[in-house]
Design a protein around this ligand. Structure first.
Ligand code: PNS
Length: 160
């Protein structure tokens, strides 16, 4: 696999996402972590903040770069000569929708999707749960990169 893209909202990136990036970076020559610009969904971190955080988090991996995209993922893949989309599958509940998207993306542009089975340590983890727990003062240490812990603290203290 030459160029792989790991798309998502990453609001914020979790250790489950990082595990997928790290494993994808061992299979592909280059991995692009692509943040979806979604104007209809409210987010805790702006796209710029998420890109900044992801850039720091993925820096040790060497062959990973961070970008953003708007519109169809397959259009981004075609413009950037991406060979495959790489997604993490946490549980069977992820499978139905992920399969639908993979089949639609193949139908639209012949873009392949590869699934990585998430490390069981993180199978229950999602950005939404992290935000909910952190918002109510719960401890998310070990579930997100340390830089995200700090950024969550700063963000939540400034918005509450
Ligand atoms: O982290 P998320 O929000 O679950 O990621 C979902 C994402 C960004 C991978 C998915 O919504 C997506 O690919 N959106 C781009 C728009 C698109 O191509 N839609 C058609 C999918 S078949």
């Amino acid at each position: 696999m030459r160029v792989a893209v790991c798309p998502g909202s990453f609001d914020p990136v979790t250790n489950g996402h990082f595990d997928v990036f790290e494993r994808a970076s061992k299979m592909a020559d280059q991995v692009i972590v692509a943040v979806l610009i979604n104007r209809t969904k409210s987010s805790l971190f702006s796209v710029e903040e998420r890109i900044e955080i992801l850039t720091q988090v993925t820096a040790p991996l060497g062959n990973v770069r961070v970008d953003s995209f708007y519109g169809l993922l397959v259009d981004y893949c075609q413009k950037n000569e991406v060979n495959a989309i790489v997604k993490g599958l946490r549980a069977v509940s992820d499978f139905d929708y992920e399969l639908q998207m993979a089949q639609m993306n193949f139908r639209l542009a012949g873009v392949e999707t590869c699934f990585i089975s998430t490390n069981p340590l993180y199978s229950y983890l999602s950005s939404s749960l992290v935000k909910e727990v952190a918002t109510h003062g719960g401890d998310v240490k070990g579930l997100v990169p340390d830089i995200v812990l700090k950024r969550l603290e700063d963000k939540l203290s400034s918005t509450m």
